[in-house]
Design a protein around this ligand. Structure first.
Ligand code: NDP
Length: 295
């Protein structure tokens, strides 16, 4: 068997186009969603993410602001920046790019963001709303993107056994919370695994849908996958590759070639979950403006 490739670039593009046409419609009424990204320090990967988020925003016709602060910005300065953005009526979504420098308490900063502008969905108010099934929750963009990918690829989650490897607040936990909600893209039976899980391969082999969010290159091997399973690879890892101009290439948390031989569907890296994340961030920013208009 050779797996169907779930093309996140194509699905993400469709979502971005849907958002863009809704933005164009609302712009006619003088309403324009605005997203502010705050980047502290010079982390090259973070700079790339923030740049591509800004570009995607502009392409969707949204207002985009990027605030680049020096690495030695104090916690109180960053909190004041968040306060200013909270009060800025042209900004509907705020994201503070993680990781923050070590001298800043990330939790404190994330909690300072107005929950109504928390388009990353990391504020405890939004986490609580997600858990309780409140539709006004902002769903964290990466697991939300995975869920959309499943829905739009016609993969039934209802009654399926979804096994998630990884329990981070950014991916694993919200992924589980999305998949157990009632309704489309939900109603799954969910198992969450982590580094303390006993006999991981026995658990992962029970998955109809296997989501890998581990952060270890090609960790999930074919013997860990049930033939016919749907495999979603969230991981983005750099591995040395002298043949590449940059000296590295990107691989996921799944050993793609052997697993693609036995899975029924699989996401590639790059071009799988990654492009979905930005698309869902735009979707959340649009949602933020619509919800603000209703308040
Ligand atoms: P974290 O490091 O926060 O979490 C990794 C999780 O994997 C932890 O829960 C950890 O368990 C678990 N884990 C680590 N080793 C093992 C093991 N040997 N067996 C079982 N579980 C293990 O990572 P993130 O969730 O932030 O990210 C995961 C991956 O997804 C990364 O590669 C990251 O780059 C990528 N990513 C991709 C995004 C995208 O847009 N596509 C967005 C966000 C992340 P424990 O809790 O016990 O330590």
């Amino acid at each position: 068997m050779s797996a169907r490739i779930l093309d996140g670039a194509a699905i993400g593009k469709t979502i971005r186009e849907e958002v863009a046409s809704e933005v164009a419609r609302l712009s006619g009424n003088g309403r324009k969603p605005g997203l502010a990204a705050v980047l502290v320090g010079e982390d090259p990967a973070s700079a790339v993410y923030v740049r591509s988020k800004g570009k995607a925003c502009e392409e969707a016709g949204m207002h985009s602001v990027t605030l680049r602060l020096p690495a030695d910005t104090s916690e109180s300065e960053l909190l004041s920046t968040v306060d200013r953005l909270n009060a800025d009526a042209s900004i509907h979504g705020i994201l503070v790019q993680l990781p923050l420098p070590r001298h800043i308490d990330s939790e404190k900063v994330l909690r300072r963001i107005d929950p109504g502008k928390d388009v990353d969905g990391f504020h405890p108010v939004n986490v609580g709303k997600l858990v309780t099934g409140d539709k006004s929750a902002f769903r964290p963009a990466t697991p939300y993107g995975v869920q959309q990918m499943l829905i739009r690829s016609g993969i039934e989650t209802k009654g399926a056994h979804a096994v998630i490897v990884g329990r981070s607040n950014i991916v694993g936990k919200p992924m589980a919370n999305l998949l157990i909600q009632q309704g489309p893209g939900g109603d799954a039976t969910v198992t969450v695994c982590h580094s303390r899980t006993r006999d991981l391969p026995t658990v992962t082999r029970q998955a109809d849908i296997l989501v890998a969010a581990i952060g270890k290159a090609e960790f999930v091997t074919a013997d860990m996958v049930r033939p016919g399973a749907v495999v979603i690879d969230v991981g983005i890892n750099r591995v040395d590759d002298p043949a590449r101009p940059r000296g590295y290439r990107l691989v996921g948390d799944v050993a793609y070639e052997p697993v693609a031989q036995i899975a029924s569907a699989i996401t590639p890296v790059p071009g799988g979950v990654g492009p979905m994340t930005i698309a869902m961030l735009l979707q959340n920013t649009l949602q933020a403006m619509k919800q603000a208009d209703l308040d």
